[in-house]
Each structure stands twice: as C-alpha cells, then as structure tokens.
Design a protein around this ligand. Structure first.
Ligand SMILES: C[S@@+](CC[C@H](N)C(=O)[O-])C[C@H]1O[C@@H](n2cnc3c(N)ncnc32)[C@H](O)[C@@H]1O
Length: 297
C-alpha cells in the first residue's frame, strides 16, 4: 500500500477515535504529509504539572521534535497555533526572574521554518489572585500563530465582534459617504468599509474568562476554556478542514472544532484523561460522519 494511502487511513482512524491514546511524538508521523489544516494545542507548560515535568532550561529541546513533525504534516495554507505560558524560574541563576523559555522556543520554531505570524494575548479577566512575588497576578497567556507557508488560511470575518455603538448610529455610519478619517499619523482609513463587514476586528488581545473546574468529572487541571479554542479554530481553519490537538488533555479542541464543523482529533499520553475526553466528545454532538459532527438537537 502506498505511504500516503496508509497515512490517510491512519488519519481516518484518528478522526474516528476522537482522542487517540499515545505519545504525540509517535503518532504525529502517522499523519498524511501536508494533510492537516490546523494544529491547535496547549502543550504541558514547563515544570508546571504533575503529569509532565519538563524543566524550562530544556523545554525548547523537548518541544522541537513535535514541532518538526507538525511542520511536515501541515498543509501549505495550514497553521500551528500554540497556547503557552511564561513562568518564573524557581531555581538556578535566573531564580525569581521570568524564565525566557517561551521566547527561546518561538525563535527556535522560526528557525526550523515555521513562519511567526502573530502573538496573541489570551487575557483572563477572572484570573485568580495569589502570591507571585514582586509582581501582579498572572492574567494572560500567549497564543502564538505560526504558519507553514506565505499565505495561511485566515478568516477575519469569522471572529469579528459586534459593534458597541448604538445600532441606529451604525446604520447611519454605513451610509456615510465621507467615511474617511485620518489617524494621528496621517494615514487615511475609510471606516465605512468596516461597518459594512458586520463587526469589528477583534484585535490580538483575546479576552476569555478562565473556567475553573468547568467540566464535572474532568480530572484535568489545565483544561482550557472552550471560547479560546473557538476563536482560533474559526479564524485559522476552513469549514470541513482537519484540526489536530497533539496534547489533547480533556479534549477541548476536539469538542469545539467538531461543533464548528471541522474534522478533528487529538492525542493524549495519559490514559485516565482519555475516557473523560471521549465522553465529552460523545455527549456534545450527534455523530454522522466519523470525525465530522453536526450539532446535536
Ligand atoms: C496543558 S494540557 C492540555 C489541556 C487541554 N487543552 C484541555 O483543554 O484539556 C497538556 C496535555 O498534554 C498531555 N501530554 C504530555 N505529553 C504528551 C505527549 N508526549 N503526547 C501526548 N500527550 C501528551 C498531558 O497529559 C496533558 O493532558
């Protein structure tokens, strides 16, 4: 059997399973080369959780083999969107300072060919207070967008946000024949066009409340809010496209992507998360084509 056929069959199995048990490093090479539209993932952060202890000093070296495999599996218009968080070094010469592992990783990813398109800030309006040394509480995380090629899929219209102005005023502005406004730097912008698009550009700060203990019975300490996955899946993958989360945890990416009409699957190394993730997927939607689910009810 040809290599590509085998890879297509492996992908079909992964999509049918929803969450496949195993090490992403072994599973990623099974994906068809160039067959994935979006990798959206939140890998274990450095030294953070009991399920994975990766020292920040060696984080970059740990992550790069995954990144290389994802690169090979991503389509020319595809992307890798990576949610990752800074930490404070708790030992070594940098003790007490921010550890640079996130920045080291970003530069290393760029170096192996991933095009660094944007840094999004996931702002958490409800971040919990605590004792963080001479600094405020952590109330944001990074979401890095890397693209495989020069023209990645991007649908800004899918993530536009409703205008805050009064609807009557918006209706008036849409008809404005003199919509051009100069910015302070003197550049002209025709704001009428924006109103005709039906919503405002959300900008690169994405505010989504962290949902604590959101899924009863999900013994996962790092489940991301669905709203975060929703934003990036909508913006960076086409309807019907293939979305893979190689560090799937409780399955948030898979649940949300399927709900949005993408074909989605994930990998998870720790078996005890898998049962719950699969349950979540099964409960969320009614299955028709494996890996592609339409909203139940
Ligand atoms: C930050 S959590 C992901 C949480 C997920 N976004 C959610 O909403 O539940 C990272 C996950 O990666 C898993 N993991 C760590 N190393 C892995 C590997 N080599 N292959 C697959 N999964 C891995 C961990 O068990 C953990 O569940």
């Amino acid at each position: 059997m040809k290599e590509n056929e085998q890879a297509q069959q492996a992908l079909a199995r992964i999509l049918a399973e929803g969450i496949t048990h195993g090490d992403a490093l072994e599973l990623l090479p099974r994906l068809p080369r160039g067959g994935i539209d979006l990798f959206f993932t939140s890998p274990p952060y450095a030294d953070a959780r009991s399920y994975s202890r990766i020292h920040p000093d060696s984080y970059k070296e740990w992550f790069l083999p995954f990144a290389r495999e994802m690169y090979g599996a991503t389509s020319q218009t595809g992307s890798l969107v990576l949610n990752i968080k800074n930490r404070v070094a708790n030992n070594g010469p940098l003790k007490g300072q921010r550890h640079p592992y996130v920045y080291e990783l970003v530069l290393a990813l760029q170096h192996i060919g991933w095009r660094w398109i944007e840094t999004y800030i996931w702002a958490k309006p409800n971040a919990v207070p605590g004792r963080f040394g001479p600094r405020t509480k952590d109330s944001f995380e990074y979401v890095y967008h890397f693209a495989r090629g020069a023209k990645p899929y991007f649908d800004l219209n899918a993530v536009r946000v409703p205008y805050k102005a009064d609807p009557a005023e918006i209706a008036r502005r849409k008809l404005d024949r003199l919509g051009r406004r100069n910015t302070q730097a003197g550049f002209g912008r025709d704001r009428t066009k924006t109103y005709l698009l039906g919503g405002a550009d959300p900008g690169n700060v994405v505010s989504v409340p962290q949902t604590y203990n959101q899924y009863k019975g999900v013994a996962h300490t790092a489940a991301m809010p669905e709203g975060l996955a929703e934003f990036f899946v909508k913006a960076f993958s086409p309807a019907g496209g293939v979305v893979i989360d190689p560090f799937a945890g409780s399955g948030t990416t898979v649940v949300v992507a399927r709900r949005l009409g993408r074909r989605a699957g994930g990998f998870e190394i720790h078996e005890h998360f898998i049962q719950v993730a699969r349950q979540r997927i099964a409960q969320d939607v009614a299955e028709d084509v494996p890996g592609f689910l339409s909203q139940a009810g």
